[in-house]
Design a protein around this ligand. Structure first.
Ligand code: IVH
Length: 677
């Protein structure tokens, strides 16, 4: 689908509908297929255009508009809602024998009903460990989303489900059924879960025990802004109630879901024999640890809807489906000791040293404990048995003492942070109000390693990971981030295991990072409490490192998202001599320490919107975009009456015709250059 074209006689209502359609299509390409057709900037351009139309014509705002994903008002309470059809649960099988017995039970049951030797087909799906969700679409538009609750009555969480990009706000079919209930699992992916817990631990907040709890906590938030900040995903696995649409098989229902842009896992399979089913369940079990999300089993469903109906329900469980459950991902083992590692600000992070144990097929001897308070809350002691959890690729964690351990009278004392830093032996101290005990030594090698690792990641140097940072530190080549820029390919190739080509590549990547914008450099410096968003806000507000260095805490506090406490912390760190000398050393290496281009709303082209189309003779799209942004202008994806200029190159396509129709000025590359001069 193209990025939507505006026809000559199109009304705002028609244009808005077209934009909603195009945005729905592109959200599907991005969130569900992971294969976007357009860049973020073009997508934002379309979204901006729709926002503009809706601002001018509030009567055109629809609940299925992509502008409404975030932005709903917080709700005061979660409202209880009755499901149109009960949400059932599943019987379990834990072995191939139990699975075969289930199939035999179905045969016996049907035989008693007079159905001899039915032709069984099965569908095997991952059993996602998240939260069951019901989504009701009326006349094709998402009307309500609810949690499972007790199966009969759940809670209305539409406001949060709308923030999940993978959930369509409108069905694609032109002849959408009057009503259809889509069921599936909302979940948090393992990388998103790990990143969320990392952020929470840094902020001194309690961490979530597993992705499931984290997803459940997020979905039940009252304020959709909170949910939007904690990325959730969704897999669709079935249809509940429906009016005006029915399917002969479950496989057809899954096909319909896919066609209507719902995410259905690509490895869901239609199987024709018991053996195939068993084999498939085993293969999911094998893949379990390499998936991006947690599964706790495989759901096997009988394919034919008529047979499902004949088999019926026993208690709360349909006879026609079963969950093949995997062994748990937790294990009990001995906590041999608690170790402590300095983080990039010297804060000591506890970790568990365990008697090696196999969890979900992987041998584990280390696990994270997040922070001191987490450790105290969990009440675990060295020398006792503990429960460890390993979820997919996420670092294993200790959850709690083993059952009954906490009730014993004669327990060892709780672990305490060391009085000396385990990396440099400097005396440690705990700042009042902090959840961390700290190593105050700015030269502590453990702390430096963390800072250097952070710098390499934040400034995006390909090939400079943990191992390389350790190696360069051990060789005494790198003490601060500025030292990376002095490394030469010859030096690396001669004295390390690197080949000449890879040493050359690494040095080129390091040198390339000098062109990263100021906001990235600011983030990479490793200023406490400053993540990328704050770094970007600081860069935008102060425009140069010198202006920021000269600022008072009160001035820093004027930055969006910065409160008084944070402003004081930022100020104190910037005035620190180590930080000053790092900044000067990076300046000497030629990194950007000022914002290129004018402040938002300033510059010769301030508030002017440009659209690029076709191939320009010399400039790439990125270069042209940067030049326009440097003069204060903005580049969007589609031509509207608010577009100031269309910059057209070779094969401009429909945008040129559109600009001409709307009377938008058209420039070629030379025209753009002279405008910018
Ligand atoms: S089918 C009766 N399919 O498992 C049919 N459920 O124990 C029930 N689940 O509450 C739903 N992945 O939260 C089904 N592919 C899948 C599933 C799945 C996860 C969860 C769901 C449900 C629980 C049933």
């Amino acid at each position: 689908m193209s990025a939507a074209k505006r026809g000559p006689a199109q009304s705002p209502a028609q244009r808005a509908a077209e934009l909603r359609g195009a945005l729905g299509h592109h959200a599907h390409r991005y969130y569900v297929l992971d294969d976007p057709e357009i860049g973020d900037e073009q997508y934002d351009g379309l979204l901006d255009e729709l926002r503009e139309i809706e601002a001018d014509h509030p009567e055109l705002v629809r609940p299925d508009s992509p502008t409404q994903r975030v932005g709903a008002e917080p709700v005061s309470d979660l409202v209880k809602v009755r499901h149109p059809q009960p949400m059932l649960s599943l019987a379990n099988a834990r072995s191939a024998e139990q699975l075969r017995a289930w199939i035999q039970r179905m045969r016996n049951f049907l035989a008693r009903e007079g159905i001899e030797d039915p032709d069984f087909q099965f569908v095997a799906e991952p059993k996602i460990d998240g939260l069951a969700i019901s989504l009701i679409y009326r006349d094709g538009v998402l009307e309500r989303g609810a949690t499972r609750g007790n199966g009969e009555v759940g809670e209305d969480v539409t406001h949060n489900l709308r923030t999940i990009g993978a959930i369509p706000l409108r069905l694609k079919s032109i002849d959408a059924p009057a009503l259809i209930e889509v069921r599936g699992e909302a979940y948090m992916s393992l990388p998103d879960f790990a990143a969320l817990n990392e952020r929470r631990a840094q902020a001194g907040l309690s961490t979530f025990m597993n992705p499931r709890n984290s997803a459940a906590g997020t979905i039940r938030q009252l304020d959709p802004k909170l949910a939007a900040g904690r990325p959730l995903s969704f897999w669709a696995y079935g249809i509940g109630a429906s009016e005006g649409l029915s399917f002969d098989t479950h496989w057809e229902a899954l096909g319909w879901l896919g066609e209507n842009r719902f995410p259905v896992h690509p490895d869901v399979a239609l199987l024709r024999s018991e053996d195939e089913v068993v084999e498939r369940c085993r293969s999911w079990e094998q893949r379990r640890g390499s998936l991006q999300f947690e599964i706790d089993g495989v759901v096997v469903k009988l394919n034919h809807v008529e047979l499902q109906r004949r088999l019926g329900v026993v208690g709360r469980e349909p006879r026609s489906a079963i969950a093949w459950k995997f062994p748990p991902t937790t294990a009990v083992t001995l906590l041999k000791g608690v170790g402590w590692n300095p983080g990039k600000f010297g804060d000591l992070h506890p970790y568990a040293m365990l008697e090696p144990v196999k969890v979900g097929g992987v041998r584990i001897k280390l696990a994270t404990l997040h922070n001191e308070e987490d450790l105290a809350r969990k009440d675990i002691r060295e020398g006792e048995q503990v429960i460890v959890l390993r979820a997919g690729d996420v670092i294993p964690q200790v959850i709690s003492p083993a059952p009954h351990v906490a009730e014993q009278i004669d327990r060892p004392p709780p672990p305490h942070p060391p009085k000396q830093c385990p990396s440099c032996w400097t005396g440690t101290a705990k700042a009042p109000g902090s959840v961390f005990t700290r190593c105050p030594n700015r030269d502590c090698p453990g702390r430096r390693w963390q800072l250097l690792k952070h710098f390499a990641g934040a400034i995006d140097i390909d090939g400079l990971g943990e191992k390389q940072v350790s190696l360069f530190m051990e060789l005494g080549w790198v003490r601060t981030a500025a030292d990376f820029y002095r490394l030469t390919a010859e030096q690396i190739a001669e004295q390390t295991g690197f080949g000449e080509v890879s040493a050359g590549k690494l040095v080129a990547a390091i040198q390339r990072s000098k062109r990263q914008p100021f906001a990235r450099v600011m983030n990479a410096l490793g200023i406490e409490e400053v993540g990328y968003v704050t770094a970007r806000n600081l860069a935008q507000r102060f425009r140069s490192i010198d202006a920021l260095l000269a600022a008072t805490p009160a001035e820093i506090e004027q930055t969006p998202g910065v409160g008084p406490k944070m402003a004081a912390t930022i100020h104190a760190q910037l005035t620190d001599e180590h930080m000053r000398s790092l900044i000067e050393a990076l300046r000497a290496q030629g990194l950007y320490l000022r914002q290129e281009g004018p402040a938002p709303g300033e510059g010769p082209l301030a508030r002017q919107t440009f659209v690029l189309t076709g191939t320009l003779p010399e400039l790439t799209r990125e270069q042209a975009t940067e030049m326009i942004a440097a003069a204060g202008g903005r580049v969007t994806g589609s031509v509207s009456r608010k577009t100031a200029y269309l910059v057209a190159g070779d094969s401009p396509g429909s945008k040129l015709a559109q600009a001409e129709r709307l009377g938008v000025r058209v420039l070629d590359e030379d025209g753009l250059r002279s405008l910018l001069q």
